[in-house]
Design a protein around this ligand. Structure first.
Ligand SMILES: Nc1ncnc2c1ncn2[C@@H]1O[C@H](COP(=O)(O)OP(=O)(O)O)[C@@H](O)[C@H]1O
Ligand SMILES: [Mg+2]
Length: 531
């Protein structure tokens, strides 16, 4: 346990203030007690005192040590200074009092008191530990505070939770626990990403609902996890039904993605490959970026978590950090998973703008750090339409594996897209003169090709024969004005940028002929079209 080792080291080394980031108070206290029991800390056993504004100082088992006279934050610090002997003072939610915005009256007094206290702490085997779900450290104290992130339970801890629950109901004849080792493993896996109390709740709920535990409860636990994901307000669990079969063209990107699927496995780790980090899709609107994100998840059979950046920054300032932390934790808990950040530049528009720009920038920084440091296989698919509003640090190597440019479809790609959307509407593309439609739809995006088919269907439906013909399709194409016409300049700039900054998502026309059709294309297509 790296976390426990770190804590033990900091305490022994006389670090004055440690800030543990976690929303699990009880579990953090348990872990601290574990640390204090370690052999290397027995030379100077430390007592553990826990402070909260509601109770003052108590012992871990709830006995009041100093009640009323230590409830106020400034009183609590005086007690820390006075108390004799080695000790660890755990403060629940101390950070709001240090924030001038929340405690205009005496935040600065508290900061001063703390700065005065630091030398005393360093020389007296005493440590302050702040426990908070978010980080807030006044700049004056930055160099005296060490931050440690308490990770969610590891597999062994979930296992312990499960065994505890089984033991508790062991002598109850009414409760039936029917779990072999495999089933236990599955339940433990399903719990990943939940806090200890969430996992306990989920197990207890399954237990009382049918007076027992069995393999099928995995589903209930996963359902619980979905609930928690939804509650985070930032992540959306979507069941994607798209597959690469519904994506026309973009052969280079599809090939690259297909290669990455296997890279999540243990075999790939053993081979020496790192976990894939993610991909950035930049390009013209309506050309299949979002579609690809959905298709990847379905194709890889991984859950798709849609990450709403706008909502992170839209939420109350202090809350946004905690929400982001929680969301990323949950995403790692669900891993392997695909984390989809759609239209990234829009979500970031709050950065640097009005409101609390500092918080937004920091929260985005947290996201970037996470992208580099995450150890669980969470594959990020980010999309963007406008590169001028993208923060350059995002595209730096090491964060994202590759940047792809999704351009307007080539003629051959247009044919593929048309076939897909005709087939979706129960039309056999071999009955139409595809070449004529492709010629008439120069500059159309995938979305516009779909639109032209719908327009043509309307026209056909209104006609006497009620039969869709090539003429309807060509006519619809002529009437539609593609975005690329009015936005020619923008697209040119995007292409200019992409030439040096991104790989083309499409197979270049000069390679097209030589390229054997991709698997999905050959499965879908009976005839080879000769463009
Ligand atoms: N390459 C494509 N293949 C098939 N359909 C496409 C393609 N590109 C766009 N479409 C159609 O247009 C819709 C919108 O595309 P979308 O992926 O949302 O575009 P983007 O995210 O690039 O703006 C898709 O849902 C799909 O129906
Ligand atoms: Mg999109």
């Amino acid at each position: 346990m790296e976390f426990l080792n770190d804590l033990a080291t900091y305490i022994r080394a006389g670090y004055p203030i440690i800030n543990i980031l976690s929303s699990e108070e009880d579990r953090a206290i348990d872990r601290l007690e574990d640390v204090l029991r370690r052999p290397e800390l027995q030379k100077h056993p430390r007592e553990l005192l826990i402070w909260s504004i509601s109770r003052g100082f108590t012992t871990p088992d709830g006995r009041v040590v100093a009640g009323d006279e230590s409830r106020l934050p400034e009183q609590s610090l005086a007690l820390v200074a006075k108390r004799k002997g080695p000790a660890l003072f755990l403060f629940k939610d101390f950070h709001p009092y240090l924030d001038e915005k929340k405690n205009a009256q005496n935040a600065s007094l508290l900061i001063r008191l703390l700065r005065d206290l630091v030398p005393h702490l360093k020389g007296s085997l005493k440590t302050l530990v702040w426990l908070s779900p978010v980080q807030f450290i006044p700049p004056e104290l930055e160099k005296d505070v060490t931050i440690v992130d308490m990770p969610l339970p590891a597999e062994a801890e979930y296992r312990e939770i499960l065994e505890n629950i089984i033991q508790q109901v062991g002598n109850n004849p009414r409760v039936l626990v029917d779990l072999d080792e495999d089933a236990k493993d599955e339940i433990v896996k399903a719990c990943q990403g939940l806090t200890r109390s969430e996992a306990e709740n989920a197990l207890a709920k399954a237990l009382v609902s049918h007076e027992g535990l069995r393999r099928e409860d995995v589903r209930a636990i996963l359902g619980e996890k979905e609930q928690i994901i939804r509650k985070s307000g930032i992540l959306e669990y979507t069941a994607s039904v798209e597959s690469f079969l519904s994506v026309g063209g973009l052969g280079n990107l599809k090939r690259w993605l297909a290669q990455r699927n296997e890279a999540f496995t243990q075999k790939a780790r053993d081979f020496g490959l790192p976990n894939p980090r993610g991909v950035m899709l930049v390009g013209v609107p309506g050309c299949g970026k979002s579609l690809c994100a959905k298709a990847v998840a379905a194709e890889w059979e991984k859950p798709l978590l849609k990450f709403d950046l706008g909502r992170v920054f839209g939420s109350l300032v202090g809350e946004s950090e905690e929400r982001m932390r929680k969301a990323l934790e949950v995403a790692e808990g669900v891993a392997p998973a695909v984390l989809w950040i759609d239209e990234l530049e829009k979500g970031l528009s709050g950065i640097g703008g009005g409101g609390d720009g500092g918080v937004a920038t920091r929260v985005f920084g947290n996201l970037l750090t996470w992208m580099v440091e995450k150890t669980r296989p969470v594959f990020v698919v980010a999309t963007a339409n406008d590169i001028s509003r993208l923060p350059p640090e995002l595209l730096r190597k090491g964060r994202i594996d590759e940047v792809f440019f999704v351009d307007l479809p080539t003629p051959r790609e247009r044919a593929e897209i048309l076939m897909i959307h005709l087939a979706r509407r129960q039309r056999d593309s071999s009955e139409f003169d595809l070449r004529a439609i492709v010629d008439a739809s120069d500059g159309f995006s995938g979305a516009e090709l779909e639109e032209l088919i719908i327009d043509a269907l309307h026209a056909a439906f209104a006609s006497a024969e009620r039969r869709l013909t090539t003429a309807h399709l060509v006519d619809a194409a002529r009437k539609l004005i593609p975005l690329s016409r009015s936005r020619r300049r923008e697209i040119e700039l995007l292409r200019e940028w992409a030439r040096t900054n991104a790989r083309p998502a499409a197979i270049p026309p000069e390679e097209e002929g030589a390229q054997p059709p991709t698997d999905d294309a050959s499965r879908r297509r009976q005839r080879r079209i000769d463009f």
